[in-house]
Design a protein around this ligand. Structure first.
Ligand SMILES: Cc1cc2nc3c(=O)[nH]c(=O)nc-3n(C[C@H](O)[C@H](O)[C@H](O)COP(=O)(O)O)c2cc1C
Length: 299
């Protein structure tokens, strides 16, 4: 592999940055680490990847404790101090007019004020991985300040996060019957996941005559169980309602926001094109043009 390409690619990762705080044979200390992440919910574990020779690592090896302080966008200068000097050169936490400390609760670790998260950790694992040492800590005390915004690190520079981005969805207004048919089984779910089949002849589409809700006409579809293979589940369903349909391999994903005066509902529709092999069954053909919902599925 070309070394220059590797170095350029490495700069394109985007991370946050944390202050790793410690105490021990090198005294109190803080370093900057972009390679910091939560790796387990329960127990809450955080991993930091630290280079050999840092004063922080020597402290952690001895005391088996450290602090994770997730930097806010106002702390770029402090991060560049924490990352620009070693404790061997200077006691960074004692520099005038720089770090403000918080009192720790469960450990003797110094914590940095004005961060998003302050976590005190007990060391649970330490392992060499490539050219860094993975240090995993179990969180024994944590507090946060969600009024602060995180500091972003990318291309060796610091950024603030920009506005949030909404993944694209087609917005459509649908009639109450069909809206309710999606809403009822979906009371507590955020996004309803469906898989269905589109069978077209010219400008018409195959509609299943729904036996439970007579007024709702829709393509044959189901809500597969979490983790279930969508195509297999749909094929099983089609067999169970005695529709002899062959599904094509590659589906389309329709991401919809359906609206009605009663509310909105997010639906992800995985749609397989299908070929009807046998003309018997409880279905009819509906013109696509006349139905806003079908139009959105087939567009
Ligand atoms: C933005 C930034 C991110 C850094 N991320 C890491 C990191 O993830 N792991 C690491 O070992 N060093 C990282 N460093 C370098 C250390 O912070 C630096 O070597 C520091 O001087 C070590 O301090 P210490 O010897 O007092 O422990 C980073 C530096 C900066 C400026």
């Amino acid at each position: 592999m070309n070394k220059k390409v590797i170095q350029s690619a490495q700069r394109l990762f985007m991370t946050g940055v944390s202050f790793i705080t410690s105490y021990g044979p090198n005294g109190q200390n803080v370093m900057a680490a972009e390679w910091t992440m939560q790796i387990s919910y329960e127990p809450m574990l955080i991993a930091v990847f630290i280079h050999e020779g840092s004063s922080t690592l020597e402290n952690i090896r001895k005391t088996k404790q450290f602090g994770i302080n997730v930097a806010s966008e106002k702390q770029a200068t402090l991060i560049s101090i924490a990352g620009g000097y070693s404790r061997k050169e200077i006691d960074k936490l004692s520099i005038n007019n720089s770090f403000q400390l918080l009192k720790s609760k469960k450990t003797k670790i110094p914590l940095i004020a004005n961060c998003l998260i302050n976590a005190e950790c007990d060391l649970t694992m330490i392992k060499k991985i490539g050219d860094h040492i993975m240090v995993v800590g179990k969180v024994v005390s944590i507090r946060y300040n969600d009024t602060e915004k995180p500091l972003v690190y990318h291309r060796n520079r610091y950024f603030s996060i920009g506005p949030s981005i909404e993944p694209a969805r087609d917005k459509i207004i649908i009639n109450k019957n069909i809206f309710d048919s999606f809403l009822v089984p979906n009371k507590n779910k955020f996004i309803l996941k469906c898989v269905g089949v589109l069978i077209r002849t010219k400008n018409k589409i195959l509609i299943l005559e729904n036996t439970t809700q007579k007024s709702v006409l829709n393509i044959p579809y189901i809500q597969p169980k979490k983790g279930q293979n969508n195509k297999t589940a749909l094929e099983k369903y089609l067999q169970s309602i005695k529709l002899d349909i062959t599904l094509k391999n590659k589906p389309t994903l329709k991401r919809l926001i359906v609206k009605n005066k009663d509310g909105i509902q997010r639906i992800n529709f995985v749609l397989f094109e299908g070929k009807l092999e046998n003309k018997s069954g409880f279905f009819s053909w509906q013109t696509i043009k006349t139905d806003s919902f079908l139009k959105s599925l087939t567009r």
